[in-house]
Design a protein around this ligand. Structure first.
Ligand code: TXA
Ligand code: MG
Length: 327
């Protein structure tokens, strides 16, 4: 790749957008303190203006540049999981522009665990506001090629880093009092957080609680390919899947499944392999790339396998349901 990260750092300081790899998904970044640069992110993504951006820093030492009044629990969560796929809500610094947090008094802070991202953030020497690198509503880019395909000439500055290791976004948490609320499920599972903080109440945000602080992004259509998705039941019948192909011989149908399910098929049908059920991380890694490939290959009907909802499997299924939700 031989890229000059210092040149990209200069560009972001000069108010340009720069896409960069992280261990979760790619981000489209701007100087978090430059409202005009941040506005370009909302424009290029077609992102609703009420959806706050995550601010990326290279180390906990920089926390005070974007936040004031970080509570102890928030700091402990960062010390435990950062650098890593976690975003922690803390009170925003008064100098952080309103547009960056979409008017929220809180800012989501993240320290990505990726050598190129960390080098970029260090050299940039400004906090970097960055959402996932995709047009609003579409699956997030997990390879620099996905980012280049999604934005083309609109976004010339793309730092190349190959495939993202996790493939699903960071877990967004709001630690306060004696609780850690998960506002958005992500690459760190509920169980991992519960194990790390057994003395605290760690829980998934309840949608029916009107008092709650929300992650606005979770109410919008997201991760959706153009084709209609059908989620197959866990341990469902292989014959029924094969019948879908037999019943619709002229339609462009594709099956997204594990290697294990593929081996059980007796018909040769178009498939995209998501990885092995033995290692759900491989499924997470490949999920968005597979959804993006469905669009590239114009599939109008997408059948997708279910996975057990424990650990990262819960996040995988949440993303698949969101992708399937056409509203
Ligand atoms: O892994 C990730 O988190 C990636 C990489 C690039 O860091 N970023 C990412 O950003 O997924 P985005 O914008 O696609 O999703 C951020 C989510 C949204 O649901 C947003 O509403 C929520 O986090 N969020 C961000 N700041 C927030 C805040 N201040 N209050 C509540 N929710 C917030
Ligand atoms: Mg996103």
């Amino acid at each position: 790749m031989g890229q000059n990260i210092g040149e990209f750092a200069k560009k972001i300081r000069a108010g340009e957008l720069v896409a960069f790899p992280t261990e979760t998904v790619y981000g489209v970044g701007a100087n978090a303190f430059d409202p005009i640069a941040v506005a370009k992110i909302f424009a290029i993504k077609g992102r609703p203006s009420d959806n706050p951006l995550i601010v990326h820093i290279p180390s906990i030492a920089k926390l005070d540049t974007v936040s004031s009044g970080v509570n102890n629990l928030a700091r402990q969560v960062l010390e435990k999981f950062a650098p890593g796929p976690i975003t922690v809500l803390v009170p925003k610094h008064q100098d952080l522009p309103t547009i960056t947090t979409a008017g929220s008094p809180y800012v989501g802070v993240r320290i990505p665990n990726h050598p190129v991202a960390l080098e970029f953030l260090q050299l940039a020497d400004v906090p970097v506001a960055a959402p996932s690198a995709n047009k609003s509503g579409k699956p997030s880019g997990t390879h620099h090629r996905h980012v280049q395909e999604a934005f083309g000439d609109e976004l010339p500055n793309v730092i190349e880093g190959g495939q993202s290791a996790f493939g699903l976004e960071s877990t967004v948490v709001f630690p306060r009092d004696n609780q850690i609320e998960i506002l958005r499920q992500g690459s760190i599972s509920l169980e991992e957080l519960q194990q790390a903080f057994p003395e605290y109440h760690v829980y998934l945000s309840q949608e029916n609680n009107s008092e709650r602080v929300i992650a606005p992004g979770t109410k919008y259509k997201h991760y959706a390919p153009n084709g209609a998705i059908t989620i197959l039941p866990l341990n469902g019948s292989i014959v029924e899947i094969e019948n879908e192909f037999i019943k619709h011989p002229t339609e462009r149908i594709i099956l997204l499944c594990s290697e294990e399910m593929k081996r059980k098929l007796s018909l040769v049908v178009p498939t995209i392999l998501l990885g092995s059920e033995v290692n759900l991380i491989t499924i997470a890694q490949n999920l968005y790339g597979a959804l993006l490939a469905c669009d590239r290959q114009n599939y109008s009907k997408i059948l997708i396998q279910s996975f057990p909802e424990i650990g990262i499997g819960r996040t995988i299924m949440e993303r698949i349901r969101r992708a399937a939700d056409s509203t």
